[in-house]
Unconditional design. Structure first.
Length: 405
């Protein structure tokens, strides 16, 4: 007997489709990046800079005195919370729930982070500036919405297995990026706040074990956790991921509490939080930079890491896995299609911009150069990946393809 889907699943099906078939979130990010660059290189540049970096009145309690800080440290914590919910759901009952399902995406994601980092280090090692080494993780991230958005532009040409593969690689990639931020971009730890944060996490796990099925206790504790993490020296957005992992997998009918939270927050994250973050962080004033700044070691290293490193690392990992029978490439996909999707993984945007801000605190010049490298590498990856898939995909009739009517 076939189970009837719950009304909640039917209503929110388009939200989940955002991660599988919808191009609109990716297109929105492209438009936001263009708008930010136009604002930063027009007569509005002073207003743009003042809007995000001008001093705000804020309680001393939070230590966030600009709109830019509120966006990056507070609003983005919600984005990371949604990422954490997505990761937990996929790991427990989704496409990463078994060892067989995890093998290829995990291998590809690890290679897709290691090779771009190595290429970045290779390019900046000859620059003679040790500070540049702090940016090694910038080209290691993949932007889910942007990459899936480019796939969405191809309609039903791409096999469903490749869409699913790209999604799972990006999810594992997010896990790696979160760990990198927590381990490598943390300084001046304050043990008192760290202990308080650990106590809150422990309490939230106790609430999980007690199967507390209401949202508000977890939301209230998540805000408290965010405050303690903000003051601990660990980046505040890590609180979002930690809080998400404590949400219990309980719920009514066949909808879990994790899914209901994810469905409620996903559109806000995709269509408000990430675009606002992108507009606040993607704008670079090119007037004072010149061609030398664009072709400096830092932006070239990031662009090369995203475009070359991602495709080499991921494609080589898939090829080696199949040749050694460790895992097979995505079903019904050809090697040119796998190559095209590997290139799309070089779209770094959101997480790369975020790590760039963390890597070079206090150096506006290096942050701007990192943005240029991220935008350049992401743009080239999007265009080339799209072109290759456009020329090589031949699966419009795949019955498993979500784009087929």
């Amino acid at each position: 007997m076939t189970e009837r889907p719950s009304a909640l699943r039917i209503v929110f099906a388009p939200v989940r489709a955002l991660f599988v078939s919808d191009a609109s979130a990716g297109i929105l990010l492209i438009l936001v990046a263009m708008a930010a660059m136009l604002a930063a290189n027009s007569p509005l540049r002073e207003a743009y800079h003042s809007l995000f970096h001008g001093a705000l009145f804020a309680p001393e309690l939070f230590k966030l005195n600009t709109l830019h800080l509120w966006i990056n440290d507070a609003l983005m914590a919600v984005f990371f919370f949604v990422v954490g919910l997505e990761v937990k759901r996929e790991w427990i009952e989704g496409q990463l729930s078994t060892n067989a399902q995890r093998k290829l995406p995990v291998l590809a994601a690890i290679a897709g982070m290691a090779v771009p980092a190595a290429i970045y280090v290779f390019f900046v090692s000859g620059a003679g500036d040790a500070e540049l080494m702090r940016g090694w993780a910038i080209p290691a991230a993949t932007d889910i919405a942007f990459a899936m958005g480019v796939l969405g532009l191809l309609g039903n040409r791409v096999p469903a297995s490749l869409r699913l593969f790209l999604l799972t690689v990006a999810i594992v990639d997010d896990i790696g990026a979160v760990l990198v931020i927590a381990v490598f971009y943390t300084a001046n730890l304050k043990l008192g706040y760290l202990a308080a944060a650990a106590a809150v996490v422990a309490l939230m796990f106790v609430m999980n074990r007690m199967k507390v099925a209401r949202f508000w206790p977890f939301i209230a504790m998540a805000v408290v956790l965010w405050y303690f993490v903000l003051n601990s020296g660990v980046h505040a957005t890590i609180a979002g991921v930690l809080a998400a992992l404590t949400i219990p997998m309980v719920g009514k009918d066949d909808d879990t509490m994790v899914e209901r939270m994810e469905h409620a927050l996903a559109p806000w994250s995709a269509y408000l939080i990430v675009p606002v973050f992108g507009f606040a962080n993607a704008g670079v004033d090119l007037g004072g930079m010149g061609l030398e700044g664009v072709l400096a070691p830092l932006p070239i290293a990031i662009a090369a890491g995203l475009f070359l490193g991602k495709q080499v690392g991921i494609f080589a990992a898939i090829y080696a896995a199949e040749k050694t029978r460790f895992a097979l490439r995505p079903d019904q996909s050809t090697w040119p299609e796998v190559w095209g999707v590997s290139i799309l993984c070089g779209i770094g945007f959101t997480m790369s911009l975020f790590i760039g801000e963390l890597a070079f605190p206090g150096s506006r010049e290096l942050i701007d150069e990192a943005k240029i490298g991220t935008l350049l590498g992401s743009l080239v990856s999007a265009l080339v990946g799209y072109a290759i898939l456009r020329m090589t995909t031949t699966h419009p009739d795949d019955p498993k393809n979500p784009y087929v009517d």
